[in-house]
Design a protein around this ligand. Structure first.
Ligand SMILES: Cc1cc2nc3c(=O)[nH]c(=O)nc-3n(C[C@H](O)[C@H](O)[C@H](O)COP(=O)(O)OP(=O)(O)OC[C@H]3O[C@@H](n4cnc5c(N)ncnc54)[C@H](O)[C@@H]3O)c2cc1C
Ligand code: FES
Length: 279
């Protein structure tokens, strides 16, 4: 059982939770994730480890309430409660070395997972330019945290309510057009954002890595649920990734696979939500 030690609402439907998990905190590296089960018979929720504290033995997750399980976690679990199971750290850590100037892009919920990556890149001696994008100012979170792990930060909002008006890709294009030499780009966010970043950097020949969030079940390479074509080969995102060369991802297949269980997910939401008293 894993005790919740803090819980915060960062923006509408965005929850930050810190959980006691000493063994995961001890070995966690940037880019890795965990699989959580609310109760013994709950479905498995893969979530990125957004922060960890080895001394306190704690890990932090930031999640968006999208369907039944994330809603249940957000509404039924509070500080002092225990989560049935938290397994991790899973996945191959993000490749960190001294690349030079690295632009790290986080879109929406993708802002949380870029924090440990920015921190590790900075520790490795890189100049880290972070670009974080939100639909509007009300949805912005972790700006100060990302800023503390970056040499420079650019914030974009779709509606212009904070920072630069537009998408993260507009900020990236501006940096490139201003002649900034960029040695590597790392992008985490909605698949459409990562796809557009990768399409933009391909003609510029800038190595670009993305973190994929395909449907996962076991998270250990056993079920094949997360398989995806990368560079013409079948890869299991949970063990071979979640980080991949964005120029090699079959984005069309990714889009199709993300929708595979849409009908079942909606059915579960309708059937169980009222039964267990969720709003
Ligand atoms: C490696 C990885 C890291 C992730 N990190 C985060 C994170 O840090 N924060 C965050 O908010 N979300 C993250 N996700 C997505 C998160 O797992 C889903 O939002 C969650 O499982 C939704 O469950 P649900 O029952 O609330 O919604 P459902 O109604 O079951 O599904 C809503 C949508 O969530 C996605 N989803 C559902 N089940 C899974 C599953 N088993 N695996 C992957 N995606 C699923 C699908 O796109 C689906 O259409 C991550 C996913 C992966 C694979
Ligand atoms: S989630 Fe089962 S193989 Fe990747």
């Amino acid at each position: 059982m894993f005790e919740i030690v803090s819980k915060k609402t960062l923006a509408e439907n965005v929850v930050e939770m810190t959980i006691k998990a000493p063994r995961i905190a001890k070995t966690h590296k940037a880019g890795q994730f965990l699989i959580l089960m609310n109760y013994e018979h709950s479905e498995r929720i893969p979530l990125t480890i957004a922060d960890s504290d080895k001394e306190k033995g704690e890990i932090t997750i930031v999640f968006l309430v999208v369907g039944f399980s994330t809603k249940e976690l957000a509404e039924k679990f509070n500080v002092g409660d225990e989560i049935f199971s938290v397994v991790g750290p899973l996945g191959t850590p993000t490749h960190i070395e001294k690349f030079g100037r690295v632009v790290v892009i986080g879109g929406g919920l993708g802002v949380a997972p870029i924090y440990p990556i920015c921190k590790s890149l900075k520790e490795a001696g890189n100049e880290v330019i972070s670009i974080i994008g939100f639909r509007s100012k009300e949805l912005m979170f972790w700006k100060e945290k990302i800023e503390s792990a970056s040499s420079k930060i650019i914030v974009t909002t779709d509606d212009g309510s904070y920072g630069m008006k537009g998408f993260v890709t507009h900020a990236l294009e501006k940096l490139h057009n201003e002649g900034e030499k960029i040695d590597r780009v790392i992008a985490i966010g909605p698949p459409i954002m990562m796809k557009n970043v990768a399409k933009m950097t391909e003609p510029w020949n800038i190595p670009t890595w993305v973190s994929l969030n395909t449907i996962m079940v076991d998270g250990t390479g056993m079920c094949g649920g997360c398989r995806l074509e990368i560079g013409g080969e079948t890869k299991f995102v949970c063990v071979d990734g979640p980080d991949f060369d964005g120029h090699k991802v079959n984005w069309e297949e990714m889009e199709i696979r993300m929708k595979v269980y849409k009908i079942e997910e909606e059915k579960i939401k309708q059937e169980h939500q009222c039964k267990i008293g969720l709003k």
